[in-house]
Design a protein around this ligand. Sequence first.
Ligand SMILES: Cc1ncc(COP(=O)(O)O)c(C=O)c1O
Length: 433
Amino acid sequence: MSAETAADQRGQAAATWARRLSRVESRNVTYLAEPPPFWTSASGAEVQDAEGTRYLDLSGAFGVAFAGHAHPLVVERIVEQAGRLVHGMGDVHPPTVKVEFLEALSALLPWESSRAILGLSGADAVEAALKTAQLATGRPGVIAFEGAYHGLTLGALAATGREHFRQSFVERLARHVEFAPFPESELEALGALDQVARLLAGAASVPVGAVLAEPIQGRAGVRIPPPGFLAEVARLARAEGALFIADEVLTGMGRTGALLGCEHEGFRPDLACLGKALGGGVPISACVGPAAVMDAWPRSTGEAIHTSTFLGHPLGCAAGLGFIAALEAEDLVGRARRGGRHALAYLRSALDGCDRVLEVRGRGLLMGIELAADGDSEPAVGVARKALRQGVIVLPAGVRGDVVELAPPATVAASELERGLEEVVAAVRSSVA
Ligand SMILES: Cc1ncc(COP(=O)(O)O)c(C=O)c1O
């Protein structure tokens, strides 16, 4: 379909916004060949675009809207905070709301006494965790996993195992990161564990201080490792004096039906990276861990060696407090667990016998439908497009664009979720027929 036809279908408002954007934003950022919906408002699981068209958001907007868009408790806290203090001086004259947010977060975390470094993005949290591990172990080496996505700042990018993001910058990426395969079966796990053990034992080019892993690889296509794999990786890391860092930017704060994705594996990471859902839609992230690990950082003597202008931003902290209040008041973790079970069962039965559906998998409200890819056809891109035309937002994932990723809000009404899943199933069935 030509760009013009696509624009006609989506409407003139999108075409106009796309034209305006193309004149002012760097061309690498937004894909405009087919004008996307330009969002103007969102509430709960519903989004409205500049055309006035309404969509059901089963993507959670990159997994952020776990409590739904503009949750009332989040909005209330932001508005109240904005009336008092919009900006503080994070590490110099800290806003009181930073203290309140850190206390509330710490009370949720699995360690008896935890500490955090706040940031604004998931990548920030990963950068802080990697630095923490180096300080704690004295070793700069990192083991990451093929397919991993940890963000695009240079430290996080060095541990991101996807050529698409790396290739243009490879000369600038630190060479202390080595990759192991990310297994999806027991058999693959054996090879991956061997590789991790070898690297930890000295085969890496520099001594390894951290193993960094997503409990479920989201962007790589909702790839779930076999039970016990991550716990064994963490055990191997600790046995060699390295730390296990869980990148819980997507899986954390309840999305998988547990506060942290690692809980399903029955162990606590040495450090965890949080972001996305944490601020209820406002940018805030955190590298968190037990005091015993985090205290590898020297006490600040006035000029903090790791900080940023907007660290502990009052609006982010207030929104985070609103999110935590919603999480607890509405049992969002339990809702993700129960809602995810039903959704997965429905998708599996509705797509049963569909030839090109290779697998339907998920945990909690993070689900993926893997499609057979013919060459470079990126079948999930076509499915996402079809679903969008029917008013449902899902995103393609996977290195080959072959996984339809779903990460709906935990607050979505069961009837709405059902309706949305039916549209996704119809889009899959008509795409792969
Ligand atoms: C697991 C994981 N880590 C890190 C990031 C990077 O987060 P951000 O885009 O907020 O920097 C993402 C983003 O998708 C992610 O899914």
